[in-house]
Design a protein around this ligand. Structure first.
Ligand SMILES: O=C(O)CCC(=O)C(=O)O
Ligand SMILES: [Fe+2]
Length: 203
């Protein structure tokens, strides 16, 4: 397996194409992030979805929940689910994210990685409901995990960003078009992590 090379201070691979994203540590303070992490773990109606992989049905190795405006339905492998209504905390996070991004989002997918065996496999978020060149804003709370990206054209072109507690990552449209991303499993002990991806879904 090839090695990912890090700049230890910044937590980002050397040479990573900066035009694909905007990363900001500490969009939320440690205190705020601790509160959100605990609250979401306890109160979100988490679901473990079944995904179709080729002709097999597999259980998603993480928990998810979908919130948003009515009509912003979430589709995963062709299955559509209705959104849950925005909560006070999600509205507050959304406002800060929108100020940072200068864009308004109408829905958010929450992912809950319970430990190192939870993950998301290589993919790009390019469903037709998201439009052709989707911009997605991602917020992370809890365990720092590596967000890996690889070029669709050349899988050996691969970089990594460490997504810290309270951080913000704007994935620009090129990131979905020409790159895939994942959160790999880890054999090291990992505490819980919650990630929110704010999206614009065309109802
Ligand atoms: O957990 C993450 O940082 C990424 C989640 C993701 O890629 C997604 O929800 O599409
Ligand atoms: Fe994604």
């Amino acid at each position: 397996m090839e090695q990912l090379c890090f700049f230890p201070e910044a937590g980002q691979s050397k040479g990573i194409p900066k035009e694909l994203f905007d990363y900001r540590a500490g969009l939320f303070s440690i205190e705020e992030s601790d509160v959100f992490l605990k609250k979401f773990i306890k109160t979100v109606p988490w679901q473990q979805r079944v995904q179709k992989l080729y002709d097999k049905e597999v259980i998603t190795p993480r928990l998810t929940a979908w919130f948003g405006e009515l009509g912003t339905n979430y589709s995963e492998s062709g299955k559509i689910s209705d959104p849950l209504p925005w909560t006070k905390e999600l509205q507050m996070i959304r406002e800060r994210v929108e100020l940072m991004a200068g864009i308004q989002f109408n829905s958010v997918l929450l992912n809950y990685y319970r430990d190192g065996s939870d993950s998301v496999a290589w993919h790009s978020d390019k469903e037709h409901l998201l439009g052709k060149r989707p911009v997605i804003a991602s917020v992370s709370f809890g365990q720092v995990r590596s967000f890996d990206i690889r070029s669709k054209a050349d899988h050996s072109e691969k970089y990594s960003i460490r997504l810290e507690h309270g951080s913000y990552l704007l994935m620009k449209s090129g990131l979905q078009e020409q790159w895939e991303h994942r959160i790999a499993k880890s054999t090291k002990p990992m505490r819980p992590r919650i990630n929110l991806t704010f999206r614009i879904v065309t109802p």
